[in-house]
Design a protein around this ligand. Structure first.
Ligand code: G3P
Length: 224
C-alpha cells in the first residue's frame, strides 16, 4: 500500500487526520519546524505519543558539508523513533547520501526538481526521493512528468528506491502522481482536507438524513 504522510509539525492537525486517514507518519522540513515554533525533539515526542511506536518520521539535516551532514544524520538516527534523514539533493548532499547508506541510515533525498537529480540520488542509494511537484509546476515545469520519469527510471533499473512525492497545492496534482504507482506521498494539511471535500457530499448526506427522519424518525438503521 502507498505510504501516506502529513507534511506538518502541527499536532492538532495530525491528530485530526490520524483519526480518519491511515497515516504512516509525518514529514517535516526546516521551514515547517521554524514556522511551528517547536523544535524537532518536542515535535517528535508529541507525534510519537499520538501516532504510536510504528510511525515513521522524516527530519532534514541543516549541515552543509557531506561529513557534517553525516554526523548530524547519525544523531537523528539515534533518536528512539523510526527516523528517515532528509538530505537536500545537492552535490554535497549526494556525497552525504553515499556516506549515510554505508552507515545503514535511512535516507530521503529532498528538494528534487529534475528527474536526473532524483535518479542520481537513487543510484547513490537513497531510500526515498521527494520530487517537489507544485514547486516544479509553479516554475512553469511539469511536476507530474518529473515523477513519471523517476518512477519509470526506478522500475527500468530495478532500484528499491521509493518516490515520496511532496509539495502539493491541489488534489489534482496528488491524484496524478498516485496514479503512477509511487511508493508514498506527503500532503500538506490543506490538500489532505481536499481529499474528502466536494460540494455535492454534504447535500447528499443531508438528503439521506431528511428521507430517513421523514420515514423513521429518530430510529437507528437496525431499529427500523
Ligand atoms: O517538505 C518539503 C516539501 O513538502 C515542500 O512543500 O509546500 O513548501 O512546496 P511546499
Amino acid at each position: 500500500m502507498i505510504e501516506l504522510y502529513l507534511d506538518t509539525a502541527d499536532i492538532t492537525e495530525t491528530a485530526r487526520f490520524h483519526h480518519c486517514f491511515p497515516l504512516t507518519g509525518i514529514t517535516t522540513n526546516p521551514t515547517i519546524l521554524a514556522n511551528s515554533g517547536v523544535g524537532l525533539k518536542a515535535t517528535l515526542t508529541y507525534m510519537s505519543n499520538l501516532l504510536g511506536k510504528d510511525a515513521r518520521f522524516f527530519a532534514q539535516v541543516v549541515s552543509k558539508e557531506a561529513e557534517s551532514m553525516l554526523n548530524e544524520a547519525k544523531k537523528l538516527n539515534e533518536l528512539p523513533y523510526d527516523m528517515v534523514v532528509k538530505v537536500p539533493t545537492t552535490e554535497e548532499g549526494l556525497a552525504a547520501i553515499k556516506l549515510m547508506k554505508q552507515g545503514g541510515i535511512q535516507v530521503l533525498a529532498t528538494a528534487i526538481y529534475t528527474a536526473q537529480q532524483g535518479f542520481m540520488a537513487a543510484l547513490c542509494g537513497a531510500d526515498y526521493l521527494a520530487p517537489y511537484v507544485n514547486r516544479i509546476d509553479a516554475m512553469n515545469g511539469d511536476g507530474v512528468a518529473v515523477v513519471r520519469d523517476l518512477q519509470l527510471l526506478i522500475e527500468k533499473h530495478g532500484l528499491s528506491t521509493k518516490i515520496l512525492a511532496a509539495s502539493f497545492k491541489n488534489v489534482q496534482q496528488a491524484m496524478d502522481v498516485m496514479k503512477l504507482g509511487i511508493g508514498g506521498i506527503t500532503l500538506p494539511v490543506d490538500v489532505a482536507m481536499q481529499m474528502f471535500s466536494h460540494p455535492a457530499i454534504e447535500p447528499a448526506v443531508a438528503q439521506f438524513d431528511k428521507d430517513w427522519a421523514d420515514a423513521f424518525g429518530d430510529k437507528l438503521s437496525f431499529e427500523s
